[in-house]
Design a protein around this ligand. Structure first.
Ligand code: AKG
Length: 279
């Protein structure tokens, strides 16, 4: 069963229904091609500074295995291109994240924005759920507990199955056994055109596909949000200075940790107290 493909211009309810039913969907044309062109240009230039296989997610060889020995990954994408800030303000992705995450938090922030460039002849990545990062919370009430994180794999160029399109198991966000990570034959590829995004729940099993080409790279990036009272994967708040974010929208500054977590209308106190009243 392939993932549903819906246009970003369609009703929000349809996008959310597909996400709810299958655990993920392709949103076609989510980001303007002009924004993607700027992002791709910045990513390709920055990629010259990173060796394939250098990213370890802080886990040494286990992390390198997870990421892939011929994969280039890096974050702090706002330093690579201003297009990143436009992507953070994307209204459709914002509306989806609001609907999925705000029932469990007053505000959410960036989990990670990451270039994910899979090199030729790379094997498929191990299958996993993004909520595996917060296991104690993820397993609580599984599979009916709150959504913790919402992710997007975004095409910076055409992403085909042969190039290593992300592979997803539709419906796996509802599997009764959290520890069941499925198997490759249950996966389907999320093929994308530049600006399309595969948006998926943190509960959904997925992994980078094998790049079966001889000499082509899969050009994609990841952008995920996480509940504002949970520690994200990236240290965005200290990656960017106040000056670097001056003039950006209040949403962008909050997403990157330069504005406090506000609990309302949820219960609880303010967290990560920063620029509480200044904007
Ligand atoms: O590269 C991909 O397509 C997916 C990567 C991924 O899911 C991850 O590393 O968490």
């Amino acid at each position: 069963m392939a993932l549903q493909r819906l246009p970003a211009t369609g009703p929000l309810d349809d996008l959310l229904a597909a996400l709810d039913t299958d655990g993920g969907l392709v949103v076609e044309g989510l980001f303007p091609v002009e924004v993607i062109d700027r992002m791709r240009e910045g990513v390709l230039k920055a990629a010259e500074n990173y060796e394939p296989g250098a990213a370890t997610q802080g886990l040494g060889e286990a992390g390198r295995f997870f990421v892939g020995h011929n994969t280039v990954r890096f974050s702090s994408l706002g330093k690579v291109s201003d297009a990143f800030f436009d992507m953070l303000d994307n209204p459709v992705y914002a509306a989806m994240a609001d609907a999925v995450l705000l029932p469990s938090c007053g505000s959410y922030w960036v989990n990670t924005g990451q270039a994910m460039l899979i090199g030729p002849q790379s094997p498929a990545q191990m299958l996993h759920r993004d909520c595996d990062n917060w296991p104690a919370f993820a397993t609580m009430g599984w599979p009916n507990g709150p959504e913790i994180t919402l992710s997007a794999m975004i095409a910076l160029d055409t992403v085909t199955e042969k190039l290593g399109a992300t592979r997803v198991i539709p419906g796996s966000h509802r599997w009764p056994n959290y520890l069941d990570h499925g198997s490759p034959e249950k996966t389907v590829p999320a093929e994308l055109e530049p600006g399309d995004a595969m948006i998926y729940s943190g509960k959904t099993i997925h992994g980078g596909g094998a790049n079966q080409t001889e000499n082509e790279w899969r050009l994609a990036m990841h952008l995920s949000f996480v509940l504002g009272w949970i520690v994200p994967e990236e240290s965005s708040p200290i990656d960017y200075t106040d000056d670097e974010l001056a003039g950006r929208s209040a949403r962008v500054r909050r997403l990157l940790g330069h504005k406090s977590y506000e609990p309302k209308p949820q219960m609880g106190g303010g967290l990560w107290l920063r620029h509480v009243d200044s904007f």
